[in-house]
Design a protein around this ligand. Structure first.
Ligand code: URA
Length: 268
């Protein structure tokens, strides 16, 4: 099966994309939770959104007036909340400077605290595979961040005042990065970004809009590592995200054909 054999046509192409996604989903549900996303990649020819947005030109970067590298340095010394006293390194965020997707987690764990990077522990490794399954990656077209940039001791949930103190950093990241879509991972990220008390079971898989940016939530990869049964609904959520992205990126009249790979390099 290939894009050229499809004979073209938006409907046919969409059907083939759906089939390709579902074929990839067959990889889910193995006994080994870590193997669930392995190999679950879409054939390249089905991706219309397989590229980063054009790199921010100096003019565009100036639009928000926000210098993320200056913010990163400020966060590394931030003491706006008590987490500043116990962290080893703040995990500010990393990825494409013009991401299709801004992925938002809860807060750094032990590994992230040691490395100063988001999602680099076991949950992060699973996250990378989940993103890869829908042709997304922090190296090309995603940016990864958290609600709080410093590790809550013993991986407890961040407290209300800690989230409140830290959120302006994320707001500035959103403003500067201007992602097409936000993916919230888990209850803390979803509920905080949406300003609700609802649980993730009710929030996941639905489209919201947050300050003009479409937002979808799914289960946190740590939850998927604990409970493999959650992988399938998470996969449905990722497909929903992928379809929306492809819709947002489709150029009317090009039949959904792939349009180059302007992969902006990832930044740490
Ligand atoms: N869990 C999160 O929510 N964020 C990370 O960066 C790592 C684990």
């Amino acid at each position: 099966m290939s894009g050229t054999e499809s004979g073209g046509g938006d409907a046919e192409r969409a059907l083939e994309l759906a089939r390709a996604l579902d074929a990839a989903a067959d990889w889910l549900g193995g006994a080994d939770p870590a193997s669930g996303w392995g190999g679950a990649r879409l054939p390249r020819e089905y991706h219309v959104g397989d590229f980063a947005l054009p790199s921010a030109s100096p003019g565009e970067a100036g639009e928000s007036g926000i210098d993320l590298e200056a913010d990163r340095a400020a966060v590394s010394a931030c003491e706006l909340c008590r987490l500043g006293a116990t962290r080893r390194r703040a995990a500010y965020g990393e990825g494409s400077p013009r991401p299709l997707v801004l992925v938002v987690g809860e807060g750094p764990g032990a590994e992230e605290d040691a490395q100063g990077r988001p999602f680099v522990g076991p949950a992060g490794k699973l996250l990378d595979r989940m993103l890869q399954a829908v042709n997304l990656s922090r190296d090309t077209n995603c940016y990864i961040a958290n609600i709080v940039k410093c590790r809550p001791p013993n991986n407890r949930d961040p407290a209300g005042d800690e989230k409140e103190a830290c959120l302006p950093w994320l707001e500035r990241q959103i403003e500067a990065l201007r992602p097409l879509v936000i993916l919230a991972l888990g209850r803390v990220a979803a509920a905080t970004l949406l300003g609700t008390e609802e649980g993730i079971g009710r929030l996941r898989g639905r489209w919201f809009e947050r300050r003009g940016i479409p937002l979808i939530a799914t289960y946190h990869p740590s939850a998927l590592l604990r409970d493999e049964a959650m992988k399938r609904p998470a996969w449905e959520d990722l497909k929903t995200l992928r379809y929306r992205l492809d819709d947002l990126l489709a150029v009317p009249g090009d039949g959904g054909a792939a349009r180059g790979t302007d992969g902006a390099p990832g930044v740490n």
